[in-house]
Design a protein around this ligand. Structure first.
Ligand code: FMN
Length: 350
């Protein structure tokens, strides 16, 4: 009855064998030098029956790192580590996209190299704290506002990360543009108080994301580049005065680029109907997310409201989620305590 979940679809140049996508999830298991380890190879290999696996958020530079033990995709060792991951997944018939995540101000210097800075559109510290291995819970850093002339360097980090991702064997890349990280900080009035042409009116606040997408799509075309959004998401102390207007302007500018897909997180209690907004202003394939069951996912696809559905939490304890959905089998529950702890426990032993 949910057969549509197991039918193929296409995101631009990316061919999905089914419409059950593994959503990006930070799991904090990277090794020395923020290189994916053999444990990550095993973790992703176990989940290769997904129609597509989107990696955990991956930093394009050390400055773009926020949480502890997250992997990067800027050093040769990191690229080689990811190549081992994509090869293992490909050997099981799976396909992967790399999620490029620059956290901007959602960072602590204790989680990165001593010479790395924490940067953002404006020097406004986020309320709240984050975990560090060396100092436990700490306040977020006070970020340094990027100079206008430095923004091109950050855009270049995204371009290089995209090139590296393709060298590592990824089928595509996804720009993480939600959850209060750098692109979202540029988009939102609360975090972007710039007076140059990257701040002020929505047409200016969307400029950073557009430049990043232009750089990413210049590497090998737009049909291997996706973007993830959740308009109105207040996570990580994010506030925008008018997310409906901001994201309308953004999607109107992005749509002609013909990206491979748009990954939209719904937020039923939020200020914007995210799925309706995406359907209105984005004409390419939609990947939808947040609290879907197999049945609801299948109904959504049957109504042609999306091309595929992504699942995050179900994938933690159910590496064989596709097989379980097919069999109508019960889903295993995951242990919250081991979400971000080092080692195999709660990672590859489900
Ligand atoms: C442990 C964990 C880590 C996450 N890390 C990321 C991340 O790195 N990038 C991202 O875009 N979303 C991240 N998310 C959000 C998920 O991709 C997803 O949007 C959310 O869990 C809702 O989907 P679900 O109901 O299928 O779990 C994370 C979620 C969880 C539970």
């Amino acid at each position: 009855m949910n057969d549509i979940l197991f039918s193929p679809t296409q995101f631009g140049a990316i061919e999905l064998k089914n419409r059950v996508v593994m959503a990006p999830m930070t799991r904090s298991r990277a090794g020395e030098g923020d290189v994916p380890t053999e444990l990550a190879v095993e973790y992703y290999r176990q989940r290769a029956s997904a129609g597509l696996i989107i990696t955990e958020g991956t930093q394009p530079s050390d400055a773009g790192k926020g949480y502890c033990r997250t992997p990067g995709i800027y050093s040769p060792e990191q690229v080689e580590g990811w190549r081992r991951v994509t090869e293992a997944v490909a050997s099981e018939g799976g396909l992967m996209v790399s999620q490029i995540m620059h956290v901007g101000r959602i960072s602590s210097r204790h989680n990165k190299q001593p010479d790395s800075e924490t940067v953002a559109p404006s020097a406004i510290q986020a309320a709240g704290q984050m975990f560090t291995d060396s100092h436990g819970m700490v306040d977020f850093d006070v970020p340094r506002a990027l100079a206008t002339s430095e923004i091109a360097d950050v855009v270049e980090e995204y371009r290089q990360a995209t090139e590296n991702a393709f060298a590592a064997g990824f089928a595509g890349v996804e720009l993480h543009a939600t959850s209060g990280y750098l692109p979202a900080q540029f988009l939102s009035t609360g975090t972007n108080q710039r007076t140059d042409h990257y701040g002020g009116a929505a047409q200016n606040r969307i400029r950073f994301v557009l430049e990043v997408l232009e750089a990413m799509t210049a590497v090998d075309g737009a049909d291997r580049v996706g973007m993830r959004i959740c308009p109105g998401n207040p996570f990580n102390d994010l506030h925008d005065d008018d997310p409906q207007a901001t994201f309308t302007a953004l999607l109107q500018a992005v749509d002609p680029m013909q990206l491979a897909y748009l990954h939209v997180i719904r937020m039923p209690e939020g200020p914007v109907d995210n799925l309706a907004l995406a359907r209105e202003y984005f004409s390419g394939p939609l990947l939808v997310n947040e609290s879907y069951s197999a049945d609801e996912a299948a109904q959504t696809l049957q109504r042609a409201e999306a091309a595929a559905v992504s699942f995050a939490r179900h994938y933690i304890a159910n590496p064989d989620l596709v097989e379980r959905f097919k069999a109508g089998a019960e889903l295993a529950r995951f242990d919250h305590k081991t979400l971000y702890t080092p080692g195999a426990k709660g990672y590859t032993d489900y």
